[in-house]
Design a protein around this ligand. Structure first.
Ligand code: PGA
Ligand code: ZN
Length: 397
């Protein structure tokens, strides 16, 4: 029998320079590790992130050393049992006692150790855990080239303005992204402003209106086979029943009209979190009036099978963001992906704005033929490794 021999962790820094966790699990003499990411525009329903008041990781490290490791050492190397044990040990709805960040660290590190112990490639091991119908031969890349919202002080109120190359060839997609990234930078400079860089590596510049970033993306990607997309992250500027867009208070209906306008004018094709995180009915209204606009849930659904089921029931979304640390264990992440696919919803596996050099999301997107992989601007190393992992798997397997 393969058993868990050791679980340990250390504090490392994420791409924002903030403390996070590296967790190592040893099973059958094989080590697996995971470097945990961290969000900034976090959904209300996400698993709790355990962090000291000072921002450090000592509480999380103690949870692993004193609660988790002693309870799991010697346990059989079985993902479902391990994740169930983590959930029971924590014992709270929001994973607030031990922290979703500690639990996902242990869960994914264990998956890597178990895969090595089984002498299986990680994607094959993942496939052995769940049967999730694929959406595509290779995921589309959702690449955020203009950052805003909580990821970019002084920029657009909308969090992400993306291009999505329309190809199954990941190398070709990265080449397209590289070309548009260069052109866009030159275009922003030609317009008179020296762009900054946001958390996910996209350009940041002051905007007078919300349409400009999309118009620039449309202009600099013309001639390339790309779709345009956005993560509005609307909860981040929703206050007292209205949306604060560049100092103007807007209703959900105003936003709905604005998205229809973007669809018509710049051909916006994908939109994530167009309304705040409890606004299932507003999502449904937009989805039914704009059938050519694909609505995506993130803060709305928080990688939670129940919330995904609810979104499916009211036809709020056609795609869903999958972030393992939003829910806290690998098994629950796979349950969320399965819930989505069983309801005809596509999965877009995603990084977080605070990232590490870990490439797990590239592996996960490949393993289950996800519709998309969203990992930021690929000139940044912590983003690039995820696309590179996907590229390596799509060319080798
Ligand atoms: P986050 O942003 O990691 O800061 O939550 C990413 C997203 O909203 O998709
Ligand atoms: Zn989002």
């Amino acid at each position: 029998m393969t058993a868990i021999q050791d679980i340990r962790a250390e504090e490392i820094r994420d791409s924002r320079g903030k403390p996070t966790l590296r967790v190592v699990v040893v099973a059958d003499g094989q080590e697996g590790s995971f470097d945990v990411p961290s969000g900034a525009s976090t959904g209300e329903h996400e698993a709790h992130e355990l962090r000291d008041a000072s921002g450090g990781m000592s509480l999380a490290l103690r949870a692993i050393a004193e609660d988790i490791a002693p309870a799991l050492r010697g346990m059989e190397a079985d993902q479902r049992e391990l994740d169930a044990a983590l959930i029971t040990l924590d014992g709270t709805e929001a994973k607030s006692r031990l922290g979703g960040n500690t639990l996902i660290g242990v869960s994914i590190a264990a998956a890597r150790a178990f895969a090595r112990a089984a002498r299986a490639p990680l994607y094959e091991y993942l496939r052995s855990l769940a049967s999730i119908p694929p959406s595509r031969a290779a995921p589309l890349l959702f690449v955020n080239l203009i950052n805003g919202g909580k990821h970019a002080e002084g920029g657009s109120p909308f969090q992400e303005h993306q291009i999505i190359p329309d190809t199954d060839d990941v190398r070709e997609a990265l080449d397209i992204v590289g070309r548009v990234y260069e052109k866009l930078g030159a275009r922003i400079r030609a317009g008179g402003s020296e762009p900054g860089e946001g958390d996910e590596g996209g350009y940041v510049f002051p905007v007078k209106d919300v349409e400009t970033p999309f118009a620039l993306l449309a202009e600099t990607s013309s001639g390339e086979k790309v779709f345009l997309g956005a993560d509005i992250a609307a909860s981040s500027f929703y206050r007292d029943g209205a949306y604060d867009v560049l100092g103007q208070r807007k209703s959900a209906h105003d936003l709905l009209r604005m998205y229809r306008d973007f669809r018509a004018k710049v051909g916006l094709r994908f939109v994530e979190d167009p309304f705040s995180e409890e606004s299932f009915a507003d999502f449904s209204a937009l989805a039914s009036t704009e059938p050519d606009l694909t609505l995506i849930g993130d803060d709305l659904t928080t990688t939670d099978p129940e919330r995904i089921g609810k979104a499916a029931e009211v036809r709020a979304i056609r795609a869903v963001i999958i972030k393992p640390n939003q829910i806290g264990t690998l098994s629950e992440t796979l349950a969320a992906m399965k819930a989505a696919r069983d309801n005809g919803i596509d999965c877009i596996v995603s990084h977080r704005s605070g990232e590490t050099m870990d490439d797990f999301v590239g592996e996960l997107a490949f393993a289950f033929g996800a519709f998309g992989l969203k990992a930021g601007a690929p000139h940044r190393p912590e983003r690039r490794v995820k696309y590179e992992r996907l590229l390596a798997l799509t060319t080798a397997v």
